[in-house]
Design a protein around this ligand. Structure first.
Ligand code: AMP
Length: 286
């Protein structure tokens, strides 16, 4: 399978496909592909004639002191994983190709980006919106695929597409987990054996809250307290945030009267992991 390095190569390839009347799907990633990414690629392949996976560790979405340099990379592994999932090519630019020395334009967003990861990682979503805008302009996909694991990112991208009139349909894909419930993530590769075991606490804490909601619990302070207690019962785990927000606006809710997202970020050792679940009122579950 082809690995395209330059914007020009991608443009030529996509033009060729579009001239032939083919639908193009895009799966943006930072590489080190796992089954979560593969599920997005498979979904893209089921809805498009051609699928491009972008594989780029985007420096401008990392803050100072974050894991940009350590972020795992393995393009040969990615080539195989993307190919096995059915992708047609990978776009794997270097940093200079995406951000020339005179790069000066950024896409910023208010509102949705101000809580959860946006609050904890200043500048993160500015980096995400900027790189995804560039990818949309380079690839001009008909459809683009994002994981619900990064629920705030998905909401941000939907808002950006609406606000800036990108002609692309955004598809959200469910969270893929390890057998013990840990959400698959490239960052799981950082965990040592003890941390990997402790990392199961994210899903365990959220599942506990979900069970309590099914049993009728509606008080947000009780639910967040339960989640905190479960996480803090693990010596290696430390809460970064536990938030209950409206699933579209990402603004905190005081009552369970809309679809809510319960999102958490937890340090396991030095590794920051995120997880979430959405409680849908329309499904008649409340
Ligand atoms: P990343 O490479 O971590 O930036 O992720 C690229 C895309 O894959 C994002 O849209 C993520 O939300 C999605 N993704 C990552 N992990 C998972 C997972 N476990 N399940 C579903 N989607 C995922």
């Amino acid at each position: 399978m082809n690995i395209l390095i330059t914007v020009q190569e991608v443009r030529e390839k996509v033009q060729e496909w579009k001239r032939a009347g083919l639908r193009v799907g895009l799966v943006p990633t930072m590489g080190y592909l796992h089954e979560g990414h593969a599920s997005l690629i498979k979904e893209a392949c089921s809805q498009n004639d051609r699928v491009i996976v972008s594989d780029f560790v985007n420096p401008i979405q990392f803050g100072p002191g974050e894991d940009l340099d350590a972020y795992p990379r393995d393009i040969e592994h990615d080539r195989k994983t993307a190919q096995d999932a059915g992708a047609d090519c990978i776009f794997h630019p270097d940093v200079d190709e995406m951000y020339g020395s005179d790069f000066s334009s950024f896409v910023d967003m208010t509102g949705i980006t101000e809580n959860l990861c946006g609050k904890r990682r200043p500048g993160h979503f500015r980096g995400v919106c900027t790189v995804v805008s560039k990818l949309f302009n380079i690839v001009t996909p008909d459809m683009a695929y994002f994981g619900e694991k990064d629920a705030q990112q998905l909401a941000v991208i939907r808002q950006m597409v609406q606000d800036l009139n990108f002609a692309v349909q955004i598809i959200g894909c469910p969270i893929i987990r390890e057998p013990d419930g840990l959400a698959k993530s490239s960052r799981n590769a950082y965990l040592n054996m003890e941390e990997r075991q402790a990392a199961t606490v994210l899903h365990a804490a959220l599942s506990g809250a979900e069970d309590a909601m099914r049993a009728g619990e509606r008080q947000i302070s009780v639910l967040t307290g339960m989640i905190r207690n479960t996480i803090e019962s693990r010596p290696l785990a430390r809460v970064d945030y536990i938030e209950v927000v409206d699933s579209k606006s990402m603004q905190p809710v005081s009552e369970m009267n809309a679809d809510v997202l319960i999102a958490i970020a937890v340090y396991v050792g030095k590794i920051r992991l995120i997880d979430n679940f959405t409680w849908k009122i329309q499904a008649g579950r409340i």
